[in-house]
Design a binder for this molecule. Structure first.
Ligand SMILES: [Zn+2]
Ligand SMILES: [Zn+2]
Length: 355
């Protein structure tokens, strides 16, 4: 790569991180869905594709376990609309229940099944994904609590993980003995890692819809990209030009003129929250409505706004800051149900994106 190319990529990264590319559009996508090919899901690739197409998504990765589904082999919906693509990918499934999404790869990648140390296994996933032209997302760390901070920190080149996974067997919120994926994220960020949080469905069931099944429509990403293509979406996500959601939609989530600015799309969010497929988090009774928090080093809440818009200065922030947007509504249990969007961290300590 020559100097001009390096400068172009660096400039692109700066623009994307600022989220201010004026011609960029928000694209909705799911990076994690299964089909009958895996043997434990209920629908063929065409049905899975049709669901995401019909429900307003712009891109989908059919992420099968150690099996590459070439998008060209999938019969696309008869009523295919402009603005929907399949991005080639796979869920690399290695030993010790280490799984990762290989996003935008050119071919099948197979993990080294002889490895035994989890950080080595994750590193293997990252390396073979890069060799196949893709980007890695470390999946569901809290599925059976297989992945902890010490497994992730030694890995180089990893900069995305599943902060939220919609599968009912994945304990995103942790338990008495295990931290939530959000605390894991702050721990990784605080220890110096440059890592973004994504949200996905990990959907397996499209014919049976209930809270016990891993259904579609529970977790997604909104990517701010100049175009809809596998390369552009993977590149935008690599640079953190996206937010993760399990119910909340935003108009804006970016740094502009020294402030991290968040604007909720209230109408669209309330529309989303009608969906019975969403799974809120049960929390203590809380005043209904929106809340925007800015979270920084060691997971400290630096600022809180009750409402649907907020601006927080970057100057003076120690190491990093990321916004978390919540929406609370009453739940029949007597408590509240919370839904979230998570903006990506912006770093003030000069740490670099992994290669
Ligand atoms: Zn998995
Ligand atoms: Zn999966």
């Amino acid at each position: 790569m020559n100097l001009l190319q390096k400068c172009s990529i660096a400039l692109l990264g700066f623009v994307l991180l600022q989220g201010c590319a004026s011609k960029a559009t928000w694209y909705r996508g799911n990076t994690h869905a299964h089909t009958v090919i895996c043997g434990h899901a209920d629908s063929p690739p065409e049905v899975v594709t049709q669901w995401y197409h019909d429900n307003g998504y712009n891109f989908l990765i059919l992420s099968e376990h150690n099996h590459f589904i070439d998008p060209d082999s999938v019969v696309m919906p008869e009523n295919l609309r402009a603005g929907f693509i399949l991005i080639p990918g796979e869920e690399i499934s290695g030993p010790k229940i280490v799984h990762s999404t290989a996003m935008n790869i050119e071919k099948l990648v197979m993990p080294d099944k002889e490895l035994e140390v989890k950080s080595h296994i994750i590193q293997n996933h990252v390396d073979i994904t890069r060799e196949a032209g893709g980007r890695s997302i470390l999946n569901h760390p809290n599925y059976l609590y297989t992945i902890s901070e010490s497994d992730v920190l030694p890995v180089s080149g990893l900069n995305m993980f599943e902060l939220y996974n919609g599968h009912p067997l994945v304990a995103n919120s942790g338990d008495e003995e295990h931290v939530s994926t959000e605390i894991l994220w702050d721990n990784l960020l605080t220890r110096g890692m440059h890592i973004f949080g994504i949200s996905s469905d990990d959907a397996h069931y499209f014919a049976t819809i209930d809270s016990a099944h891993s259904n579609p429509g529970r977790g997604w990403v909104m990517v701010n990209s100049s175009e809809l293509s596998g390369d552009a979406i993977a590149q935008a996500m690599y640079y953190g030009s996206f937010y993760a959601s399990n119910g909340i939609m935003l108009n804006r989530c970016s740094v502009n003129r020294g402030k991290y600015r968040v604007r909720v799309d209230v109408t669209q969010t309330l529309n989303e929250l009608i969906s019975s497929e969403l799974r809120g988090k049960l929390v203590e009774a809380t005043e209904p409505g929106f809340r925007i928090e800015y979270i920084g080093y060691e997971g400290q809440v630096l600022a809180t706004t009750n409402g649907s818009r907020a601006d927080s200065p970057i100057k003076g922030v120690s190491h990093y800051v990321r916004p978390r947007i919540s929406y609370f509504r009453d739940h029949p249990s007597g408590g509240s149900e919370a839904f979230f969007a998570w903006g990506q961290p912006v770093f003030t300590d000069g740490r670099k994106l992994p290669e």
